[in-house]
Ligand binder design. Sequence first.
Ligand code: PBG
Length: 328
Amino acid sequence: MIIRPRRLRASPEIRALTNETRLNHNMLVYPMFVREGKNIIEEISAMPGQFRYSPDKFCKALENVVAHKIQSVLLFGIPEDEKKDLTASAAYDENGVIQQAVKIAKREFPDLNIITDVCMCEYTSHGHCGIVNDNTHSIENDLSLEILKRIAVSQAQAGANIVAPSAMFDGQVNAIRTALDENGFENTLICSYAVKYASGFYGPFREAAGSAPSFGDRKTYQMNPKNVREAVKEALIDINEGADILIVKPGLAYLDVLKTVKEKIYNPVASYQVSGEYAMIKAAVTRGWLNEETIISECAVSFARAGADIIITYFAKELADLISEGRL
Ligand code: PBG
């Protein structure tokens, strides 16, 4: 007798019935950039199809996102250059650009999950994620935590449902959890970038957010790509500190990490397909070297198969449409 596993692949209907991995709209998170100013819709050059919006143009952009049946957005704020300083003060200004964006989103789309990136790099004059020591140029971890707390609380005050600390400083989840609770935001979730590697794939994002470090790099606080057990350790620490959701980032090059982390913890895990992954796919698609639908579908399936409960991706709208049309 021939044993016939191929029977399970016999027709589209049988394949659909026997899928081990299923994707749906509610696992998608769409990252968006809001910059200070008026009447601005600016395409990000290394991320064709992705834009920076000024707050007055942001509502229309959100309308479009919601029309694709996306239920969660991750927001990044970009202040005017002259507002950047050594302590990222524009990041916790109650009328700052991210706070304005969150208020608009909350008012116009009360059911949308609004996730905000909690970091200093978009707001510091040197582009690092924290306070930098003048003499040694190293990060002042504990001083930086004080700022991250203020940023998270101000975002929660504006209406963010979920704050997402991405600076990779020790103790940041505990510090933010405590600050949120003390200020009456017990129900604001923390989605921690617990496992964030020092990666070349963030290149286009740094152009998008104007956050490339003007000296040094982020290797002293972001993770070493050669380590995977360290990822589990980071994940366990963040859960212990009160994180509700964890992010593993970047996506495709770190699927082994995602799977390993997922096996060791019980919290929801998100995979972040980052700016450089988007740029690579777009570049090849534009030249006709790859087919966008096939490639983005295959990537999304890979994230889910490796264990992602949530997928953060600049392709969220395209994926949502494929899901709506029953193609994914
Ligand atoms: C802020 C932050 C970065 C990204 C998300 N949050 C940049 C970085 O760490 O340099 C990258 C996202 C992307 O590349 O799409 N610290």
